[in-house]
Design a protein around this ligand. Structure first.
Ligand SMILES: [Zn+2]
Length: 109
């Protein structure tokens, strides 16, 4: 009950470099987020147990967009140019494989 249940974990990994990378990516997209367990993982000489992995947390209203950013980035599309959604006209960064607004896939991909 005393826990902050409002936050959603959108990414967790024993690789702190990756976690920091995705956090910076989210912030560059204007998505407020914070890290949990960063110090625990940094002190470990081996892979920490899952519950101690560094985690990226966001407020629930940012969850879908944050997951879309991370999912697109993990598919390695970060070099793609920005594009405009043909469905709703939303301007999207290159790492998005689909519009986070209306779900339409990037054309010509
Ligand atoms: Zn769209």
């Amino acid at each position: 009950m005393g826990r902050d249940a409002k936050e959603k974990v959108v990414y967790a990994s024993p690789n702190f470099v990756l976690v920091a990378h995705f956090r910076a990516l989210l912030e560059s997209e204007g998505i407020p987020c914070r890290l949990r367990n960063e110090f625990l993982a940094g002190a470990a000489g081996e892979l920490p147990p899952t519950e101690c992995w560094p985690e990226i947390c966001v407020e629930p209203r940012w969850e879908a967009q944050a997951l879309a950013v991370i999912d697109a980035a993990r598919r390695g599309a970060t070099d793609a140019p920005p594009w405009t959604c043909p469905g709703c006209g939303e301007r999207l960064e290159g790492q998005f494989g689909a519009c986070w607004q209306c779900g339409k896939e990037r054309p010509g991909g």
